[in-house]
Design a protein around this ligand. Structure first.
Ligand SMILES: *Cc1c(COP(=O)(O)O)cnc(C)c1O
Length: 442
């Protein structure tokens, strides 16, 4: 019996290797990948344990909110008394342990969700403070750091920023000084975004919020939670954040949500956002869910394990590229607080080859070759690889980065770990074939 099972495992391994070869992964690249993987089993077990915890957390929220079959059919028109929408918002509030939530297909993307949170909770004369350095590129125009029509700045809302220290830590003295009378809202970006600073852990965010609270108990502490959801057992709202905000075509949509954003937090903050999203007086009471609800529920249900698959891909890529001699952020052994993996290539050719490898591994548009292009909201050309079921979804296997020094590619996603693995091997194969990395792995 034992020998038979051994023989079966052996033959699956062999068929698997041949399938990789049939799909363009050389024996050498494949073997290199397997050798990197051997050392990662402990890390993967940890990732699975977090996913297991978060799966139960989501399931518990759905059960306690009494999700029923009726919640899955949407409304049209005004969307009054939309049971599915209201229950889903309660599910999100329970998952994030907040008083309320706003989860809507009318929120078009992460930037929109963040803009909504800021524009609805700030008033003319208020000041916004980022104590963690420059925010995500697209927010520069929302805030008015880069002049833009309709920015907070045009409405008389000022902005102040305190950069992180060179070691990535918080500059507490400068933050204390920047917390002025006008400061009304503090925005904390959890993920590194298009930067090479470290991503903040939930614990670090908690410490920062504690510091701010001790000085200014009245300011709103908001966290841009994009890419961070379900990576840890805690969320920023568990450590004092008044408001957490993110995109449904990233982690919490589980790959199934075709659009949407969420805000979870204090009742007053959510109400402000609802009055801004729809209209003063109407707030949360309108906003038909149309056909979005089944994918929102099912996507949230799958999100913990989808996030785990993406995380395994990020850890695998870090270890593989570090062995090839590249600077990777986070490095091979650092703990993870979001699903993003940056690889610094130092030149555009390698960056492009990497992205073309990711594209070639996609289930959709695998035959397309991505090239650098101008993008609204960004101040340099950007290259993006995504062959996704949901256009632009970055919980699906994707890679992108601004084509400017240090030529870092930001790699993320993978609806399954197996797909992420294949995509990463494909990038190495592409770099080898273009003669951009040497093929003699050791
Ligand atoms: C993706 C992202 C955003 C913006 O989300 P979009 O859906 O691309 O508009 C904002 N902040 C961070 C940290 C992000 O990763």
């Amino acid at each position: 019996m034992k020998r038979q099972e051994g023989g079966f495992a052996e033959s699956v391994r062999e068929e698997k290797r041949r399938q990789y070869e049939a799909m363009g992964i050389s024996g050498q690249v494949y073997t290199f990948g397997e050798s990197v993987l051997e050392a990662l089993q402990g890390r993967f077990a940890q990732i699975d344990a977090v996913a297991e915890y978060n799966q139960l957390k989501v399931l518990n929220a759905m059960q306690e909110a009494r999700v029923s079959e009726a919640c899955l059919s949407g409304t049209t028109g005004y969307g009054y008394n939309d049971l599915g929408r209201e229950t889903l918002e309660q599910v999100y509030a329970r998952v994030f342990h907040t008083e309320d939530a706003l989860v809507r297909p009318q929120i078009t993307c992460g930037t929109h969700a963040l803009a909504l949170a800021l524009m609805s909770n700030l008033r003319p004369g208020d000041e916004l403070l980022s104590p963690v350095g420059k925010p995500y590129d697209t927010l520069e125009e929302v805030i008015g750091i880069r002049p833009s029509r309709g920015s907070l700045r045009e409405y008389g809302i000022s902005y102040r920023q305190v950069d992180l220290l060179p070691d990535g830590g918080f500059d507490y003295p400068a933050i204390a000084q920047a917390l002025g009378e006008k400061t009304r809202l503090v925005t904390i970006q959890r993920s590194k975004g298009y930067q090479t600073r470290p991503t903040l852990s939930v614990q670090q965010i908690g410490e920062l919020i504690g510091f701010i609270r001790a000085r200014r108990p009245d300011v709103i502490c908001m966290v841009d939670n994009c890419y961070g959801e379900f990576v840890e057992t805690l969320e920023p709202s568990d450590v004092g954040a008044d408001l957490v905000v993110g995109s449904l075509i990233k982690n919490p949509g589980g790959g199934l949500a075709p659009i949407g954003g969420y805000l979870a937090g204090k009742k007053e903050c959510i109400e402000n956002a609802a009055f801004r999203l729809t209209s003063p007086g109407l707030g949360k009471e309108v906003g038909a869910s149309l056909t979005a609800l089944p994918s929102f529920y099912q996507g949230l249900f799958l999100a913990p394990s989808v996030t785990a698959g993406a995380l395994k891909g990020a850890v695998f890529a870090a270890n593989l590229y570090e062995r090839l001699g590249f600077c990777v952020i986070p490095d091979a052994v650092q703990t993870r607080h979001d699903i993003i993996q940056a690889v610094r290539f130092e030149n555009p050719d390698m960056m492009i080859a990497f992205c073309q490898g990711i594209q070639a591994a996609a289930p959709v548009d695998s035959f397309v070759r991505p090239m650098p292009a101008d993008m609204p909201g960004y101040d340099s050309q950007v290259i993006m690889a995504a062959g996704a079921f949901v256009s632009g979804s970055s919980i699906e296997l994707s890679a992108d980065g601004p084509v400017k020094p240090p030529y870092a590619v930001y790699f993320q996603g993978g609806l399954t770990w197996q797909h992420a693995k294949f995509g990463i091997l494909k990038t190495v194969q592409n770099l080898v074939e273009k003669g951009l990395v040497k093929g003699d792995f050791s």
